[in-house]
Structure formats: structure tokens, C-alpha cells
Design a protein. Structure first.
Length: 117
């Protein structure tokens, strides 16, 4: 009886976790560039397509599973698109201080890549 109960609970938990993963909303983000792009442009950063026009960029991805923190996401975007003045992902806007940290990390990462070549 106990074994049957445990097996039933395990099945319920597996179904619930599969349903929650399947129901994850698509990724969406927004970034404001310090320097506007001259013409509309599209970039792919870590599986997210970023479309930029002027100083505004919007990122979307239907499926994106990552454990990256928001600061890591921001760093990757800033490294690819350039210095940012604002960053929002999954409905959470970063503070001005966090965006400054993001830019600093992105530029130090760029310097590391140049030094290692």
C-alpha cells in the first residue's frame, strides 16, 4: 500500500514538473543602447534574437532554458550590442547601478577576449 502511494506521488510530481516546464513563457527583454544603431539591425545572443532600431532593442526567444542571472544576461547583451543605459528581462527592470555593473563586466570580458587572442 505504501509503495503504491509513493509511486502515485512520484507520477504526480513528474507530470506537474513537465507541465510547468512546458508552460514556461517565452523569453522577452528590452535594452536601451547608449549609442543608437544607424540602421535597424538584428543580433542573436545566447539563443535570443535581438532586434534594434535607434536606441531601442527587443529580445525574444520562444524556447530558452537558462539558469543565468539577469546580470549575466545583461552582460552578454552589452558585450554583443554595446553599452546599455537600461535593461529589462522577464518583466524585471534592472536598477541603474546594476546596468552600470553589467556594462563594466561586459567591457572587462571584451578586454579578456582581446588579451587571450
Amino acid at each position: 500500500m505504501k509503495k503504491r502511494f509513493l509511486m502515485s506521488m512520484a507520477a504526480v510530481l513528474m507530470c506537474a514538473s513537465a507541465a510547468s516546464m512546458a508552460g514556461a513563457p517565452p523569453f522577452s527583454g528590452e535594452a536601451t543602447l547608449a549609442k543608437a544603431v544607424a540602421a535597424p539591425a538584428e543580433f542573436t545572443v545566447d539563443g535570443v534574437t535581438w532586434r534594434c532600431e535607434g536606441d531601442k532593442c527587443k529580445g525574444t526567444a520562444e524556447r530558452r532554458s537558462t539558469l543565468d542571472s539577469q546580470i549575466k544576461e545583461c552582460r552578454k547583451v552589452a558585450a554583443a550590442l554595446g553599452e546599455l543605459t537600461a535593461y529589462t528581462s522577464r518583466g524585471r527592470e534592472m536598477s541603474k547601478g546594476s546596468v552600470e555593473t553589467c556594462n563594466r563586466l561586459a567591457s572587462s570580458k571584451d578586454e579578456e577576449m582581446v588579451a587571450n587572442k
